[in-house]
Design a protein around this ligand. Structure first.
Ligand code: ADP
Ligand code: MG
Length: 300
């Protein structure tokens, strides 16, 4: 595209809340045939909340909540915020103090699986089954049953292990964005197929994908795995766009022919992307592609 055409299109995009960072992205976007969407915070609202809680050992719920809060307070993950919020509400409900939170030592983030730390003399893990496996914490049949039951409802289970045993679990739900389904079907009518990629487990991811009309799901992928998926698709000769919001999406945003970041996402994702959807509305994925198609057809 000529510099003038790029300038005009960028101006038009900006007025509609689509920030295009250069002519290259604009040119590539019209050739895109596949769009890979991250799940959490991209297809979903990104504000999960706890919808159920259970106990699996003799630790009382209050203690499980306190241990989970102390550990999750150090995490930026939306699931962590949901757990902390839930625990706080529970304490308020029982008229307990919500100010004092125990200190955590040896806090560690395990990207894609959860967090760990020491609360007092106890070792605490908060995360998914893979985190439990990594620490050799047994996941019994009753825990498995709770997990599969809730995952089928598009919920994500958060397990809390205290001193090597699963003491309790929370199930969180993160609603899909109201426009997500329409955007996926509209893209299909434009000849573009949609794929989901997520660090979350396969059953939850599949349930969410079904809700928005996506058939292809790549689950339990870490940040590098997300980028590898993009490269795999490119190797098949496809022009691929990636839409994401998180730090964990950055390598994939860079690898994609066109990286699109959700405006409400993390700064790192916004920096890694070629196009920023300022309003965080998925309809602007269509706006961006459409703008590119129109600009490029006017030139040729
Ligand atoms: P996504 O790709 O969907 O944005 P992530 O890669 O951030 O997901 O996380 C993948 C999974 O790891 C989550 O679904 C959750 O099970 C687990 N997880 C990650 N961070 C945390 C945390 N702070 N607390 C509990 N679970 C976590
Ligand atoms: Mg995300």
């Amino acid at each position: 595209a000529t510099p003038t055409a790029v300038m005009v299109a960028s101006g038009k995009g900006a007025s509609q809340g689509v920030l295009i960072k250069g002519g290259d992205a604009l040119e590539k976007a019209h050739k895109v045939k596949t769009i890979v969407f991250d799940k959490t915070g991209t297809l979903t609202v990104g504000k999960p909340s706890v919808v159920s809680a259970v106990l699996f050992s003799n630790f009382p719920m209050e203690e499980v909540c306190d241990m989970a809060t102390a550990t999750e307070l150090n995490s930026e993950h939306p699931i962590a915020k949901a757990v902390v919020e839930h625990a706080k509400r529970l304490r308020q409900k029982f008229g307990l103090n919500t100010e004092h939170v125990a200190d955590v030592k040896e806090f560690e983030v395990h990207p894609g699986t959860g967090v760990s730390g020491k609360v007092g003399h106890r070792t605490v893990l908060v995360g998914n089954k893979r985190l439990m496996h990594a620490y050799d914490v047994p996941v019994g049949p009753n825990v498995e049953a709770y997990i599969s039951e809730n995952e089928q409802l598009a919920q994500t289970c958060v397990l809390v292990a205290i001193d090597g045993e699963v003491a309790g679990a929370f199930s969180v739900t993160d609603p899909v964005k109201p426009e997500a389904k329409l955007v996926v079907s509209f893209l299909r009518s434009m000849g573009i197929s949609s794929i989901m990629v997520t660090g979350d487990n396969l059953s939850t991811a599949t349930a969410v994908a079904k809700e928005v009309g996506i058939d292809t799901v790549f689950a339990e992928t870490d940040p590098v795995g997300k980028a590898d998926k993009i490269k795999e698709l490119q190797m098949k000769g496809m022009n691929v766009a990636m839409v994401g919001d998180g730090v964990n999406d950055s390598p994939a945003l860079v690898a994609a022919d066109v990286g699109m970041a959700i405006g409400a996402g993390t700064d790192i994702a916004i920096e890694a992307a070629d196009i920023v959807l300022i309003k965080s509305n998925l309809e602007d994925v269509v706006t961006a592609i459409d703008l590119s198609r129109k600009t490029m057809s006017r030139i040729r």
